[in-house]
Design a protein around this ligand. Structure first.
Ligand SMILES: Cc1ncc(COP(=O)(O)O)c(C=O)c1O
Length: 397
C-alpha cells in the first residue's frame, strides 16, 4: 500500500518539490525502464494492491517489515532452454537469508496475538537450520530470549552463528523422533518448564503455513499479474508448499497447477502420487531443510489440492547448483536447486509457453564447504552429475 501511494505521489510532482525530489520524481516516473518504475505501469501490472519490490519502499518497522516482498527473478537461460518462463522467488534476500524468516515472523506474531508470549518472554525451538536463524533474528528484534535445541552432529559454524545472534544453543545427542530425548521433545519440555515461554513447533504449528497464505502466495500472484500456470517447491515443514498452494488455488479458482517436489529419503512423493495410500521412504539426500517422514499438520489441510509430486534425485539438484551459478549468476543452496530442477521438469511436462514459479529458499553460503568440495562430491558419487565444463567451479579440496 505504501509503495502504491508513494509512486502515485512521485508521478505528480508539486511546485514545492525540492530539486532532489524533482530529480527523484523524474527518475522514478520517466525512467527509460518504465515497466519497472512508472506509477502507471505499476498500477497496470499490479492491480491487486500488493507491493512489488523491496527497493520501492521503506521497511518502516525495521527488520520486521523487511521480511518478504522478495523479487521474482526470471531465470533467463532456463526459460530460453525450456520455452517457458521460469521465475524464482528470491527468498535468499530475506534479512536472515532464507524463506524461513517468514515462518519465524508468523510463529512469533501468532503467539503474541494469542497472549502466549509477552515482553521479556522466551522462544524455544528444535531446529538445526534456517528457522533457528530466522527466529533468532526475530527474537533479537523483539527483545525475546531464544533457546535452540539441535542434534549434536551439527557444525560448529551453525552453533556459533546462533549464539552470535543471541540464542542459547543446546546440542543434544541425535536420536530418532520417537525417543523422548529427541531435540524437538527436549525443546518442548524446556518451554513447558518456563513461564512466558513458547515452543514454536514449526512442523505442526499452522501459523507457519499462514505466513505463505498471507504473504508469499499473494506476492507471487501480484508480481505475475495472475499470469502464472504452475507453482512447484519442496516440503520441509510444508509451510511454503501448503500455504502458497492454498492461496494460488483459491485466487485462480483451481487454474494454477501446484506440484510438490521431493528429494530421495522423503515420503511425500509416494504419498501424493499414490493418492495417500503409500508412504515409502527410500535412500537419502544431500539437500537440507527438505524431505519429510510424515504428513505434517501444515500439509494436511492442503495436500488434496496438489496436482501431483515430482521426485528429484540428488544428481539433478547438484547439476542445477552448478548451472544456476554459471548460467543465471545465482549462488543457491541445494534445496533451491532441487526446486529449479522441478520447475524445469514441470516445463518439460507442460510444454512451451507456460509460466512456472518456484522458490529460491536460500543461498549456497552455508553449504559451500560441501557443495563445491571435490572430496565431498566424490564421497556422494556426484562428480559425474556435474557437466564437465562446469567442473571449474569445484574449487575446494
Ligand atoms: C534451505 C531450506 N529449503 C527449504 C525449506 C522448506 O521450507 P518449508 O519448511 O516451508 O517446507 C527449508 C526449511 O527449513 C530450508 O531450510
Amino acid at each position: 500500500m505504501f509503495a502504491r501511494s508513494a509512486l502515485r505521489a512521485a508521478s505528480k510532482p508539486t511546485a514545492a518539490a525540492s530539486p532532489l525530489l524533482q530529480r527523484f520524481t523524474y527518475a522514478t516516473a520517466a525512467t527509460s525502464h518504465p515497466a519497472h518504475f512508472s506509477a502507471q505501469a505499476v498500477e497496470q501490472a499490479n492491480p491487486h494492491g500488493m507491493e512489488i519490490s523491496k527497493a520501492q519502499r521503506i521497511a518502516e518497522d525495521g527488520f520486521w517489515s523487511a521480511i518478504g516482498n522478495t523479487p521474482l527473478i526470471k531465470m533467463n537461460t532456463l526459460s530460453k532452454q525450456t520455452g517457458c518462463t521460469i521465475l524464482g522467488k528470491a527468498e535468499f534476500q530475506n534479512p536472515g537469508g532464507s524463506v524461513k524468516d517468514r515462518a519465524a515472523k508468523f510463529l512469533v506474531q501468532d503467539a503474541e496475538e494469542k497472549g502466549l508470549l509477552k515482553p521479556g518472554g522466551t522462544v524455544v525451538e528444535g531446529t538445526a537450520g534456517n528457522t533457528g536463524i530466522g527466529l533468532a533474528h526475530v527474537c533479537r528484534n523483539k527483545g525475546y530470549k531464544m533457546a535452540i535445541y539441535m542434534p549434536n552432529t551439527q557444525s560448529q559454524g551453525k552453533i556459533d552463528l546462533l549464539r552470535l545472534l543471541g540464542a542459547e544453543v543446546y546440542p543434544v545427542p541425535a536420536v530418532p523422533y520417537d525417543n523422548p530425548d529427541n531435540y524437538n521433545h527436549q525443546a518442548q519440555r524446556h518451554a513447558e518448564r518456563l513461564d512466558n515461554a513458547i515452543w514454536t513447533n514449526q512442523f505442526d504449528n499452522i501459523a507457519n503455513r499462514q505466513a505463505h497464505i498471507e504473504t508469499t502466495g499473494p506476492e507471487i500472484w501480484a508480481q505475475t499479474g495472475g499470469k502464472l500456470d504452475a507453482f512447484t517447491c519442496a516440503s520441509g515443514t510444508a509451510g511454503t508448499i501448503a500455504g502458497v498452494t492454498r492461496y494460488l488455488k483459491t485466487v485462480s479458482e483451481g487454474r494454477v497447477k501446484c506440484y510438490v517436489a521431493d528429494p530421495p529419503g522423503s515420503v511425500i512423493y509416494t504419498y501424493v502420487s499414490s493418492g495417500g495410500k503409500m508412504t515409502e521412504r527410500k535412500g537419502s539426500s544431500i539437500t537440507e531443510g527438505i524431505g519429510q517422514g510424515r504428513i505434517t499438520e501444515n500439509l494436511k489441510p492442503d495436500i488434496d489440492l496438489l496436482d501431483g509430486a515430482l521426485h528429484i534425485p540428488d544428481e539433478k539438484s547438484i547439476e542445477m547448483v552448478y548451472r544456476c551459478l554459471d548460467e543465471e549468476g545465482l549462488y543457491l543452496g541445494a534445496s533451491s536447486c532441487l526446486n529449479v530442477a522441478a520447475a524445469r521438469d514441470l516445463a518439460e511436462k507442460m510444454g512451451p509457453g507456460h509460466t512456472i514459479v518456484t522458490i529460491l529458499c536460500d543461498g549456497a553460503y552455508r553449504y559451500a564447504d560441501r557443495l563445491f568440495s571435490r572430496k565431498w562430491l566424490e564421497s556422494k558419487g556426484l562428480v559425474n552429475a556435474i557437466p564437465e565444463h562446469l567442473h571449474k567451479y569445484i574449487v575446494l579440496e
